[in-house]
Design a protein around this ligand. Structure first.
Ligand code: G
Ligand code: G
Ligand code: MN
Ligand code: NA
Length: 254
């Protein structure tokens, strides 16, 4: 089965599922949010990791339809968990550059929020620096329209792109997510330490919150806590989990 043709039918055939990875407040240790991460369960191909299909979905434009499904499902799930009394968590959804360019992005966001009843402050949209590289003017306008809906905006994989830092002061960003490649060696590599502490300082000076990704050890967590990082996400606490298992975490945490 060719991935591309199989991908075309995957939304209608209900083959996608979302996994959720918890994000914790480093000071309190409490779960404050989760990142929704797509998984594809194909009847013959088995579980296809996003690394094998997101690129194809982007090239073919199918990411627009898939991304709309992700957004709607993640918001509906978050609202259901809030209604079940698990507290008010924020759900983060990855937005690809292709979706960002889609004409109906704002309309779609607004209708998902309205249909699911999720208050916009509990949705975070993860953007990548690649969005800010080329022509900056349409991006500024779009980001302001997204912000006007009341959602949070974060920069994913921060530090790995090639864009100018000037966009940080001009764009209505709320959160920086430190790329996991910098976190991996913070307790061993002085350069990565310098990069991570600088990103934390940069974020705080700009009044942004900062999340460390890919936290795998207690040493990394201690380091990040000592240096004032706000939130953490990574295998040290939990891998991305199917909804049912994530819900178990929420029940235990109550
Ligand atoms: O979950 P995992 O680490 O395997 O994800 C691999 C990559 O796929 C990551 O870069 C992640 O951002 C991306 N990804 C996962 N889910 C989504 C999604 O819903 N939309 C987009 N655009 N990318 C996603
Ligand atoms: O590009 P993005 O940041 O959206 O990708 C998130 C990806 O990172 C997910 O596929 C997730 O499975 C992966 N991930 C999450 N936590 C860790 C971790 O602690 N270590 C590693 N190596 N990968 C992680
Ligand atoms: Mn992400
Ligand atoms: Na990332």
């Amino acid at each position: 089965v060719r991935i591309e043709s199989a991908l075309r039918n995957a939304v209608e055939r209900d083959e996608f599922v979302l996994y959720y990875q918890p994000q914790l407040d480093i000071k309190t240790g409490k779960i404050v949010g989760m990142e929704a991460l797509i998984r594809w369960q194909h009847p013959e191909l088995g579980t296809v990791p996003p690394g094998r299909f997101i690129g194809i979905a982007e090239e073919t434009g199918m990411i627009v339809q898939i991304g709309a499904w992700v957004l709607r499902s993640a918001c509906a799930q978050n609202k259901a968990w809030q209604d079940a009394g698990y507290g008010k968590l924020r759900v983060a959804v990855n937005l690809s550059a292709r979706q960002f360019g889609a004409a109906d992005l704002i309309e779609n966001l607004a209708s998902v929020l309205e249909d699911t009843g999720l208050e916009p402050e509990y949705l975070e949209i993860e953007l990548t620096e690649s969005l800010f590289m080329s022509d900056i003017t349409p991006a500024v306008d779009l980001l302001h329209r997204m912000k006007a809906l009341g959602v949070n905006l974060s920069i994913d994989d921060f530090g790995t792109g090639y864009s100018s830092l000037s966009y940080l002061s001009r764009f209505p960003i709320d959160v920086l997510k430190i790329d996991r490649s910098f976190v991996a060696d913070i307790t061993r590599d002085a350069n990565d330490e310098a990069i991570v502490t600088s990103i934390i300082a940069l974020a705080h000076n700009l009044k942004l919150a900062v999340i460390a990704e890919g936290v795998e050890t207690s040493e990394q967590l201690d380091y990040l806590r000592r240096h004032g990082c706000d939130e953490m996400q990574g295998y040290y606490f939990s891998r991305p989990l199917p909804a049912r298992e994530f819900e178990q975490l929420l029940i235990e945490g109550r």
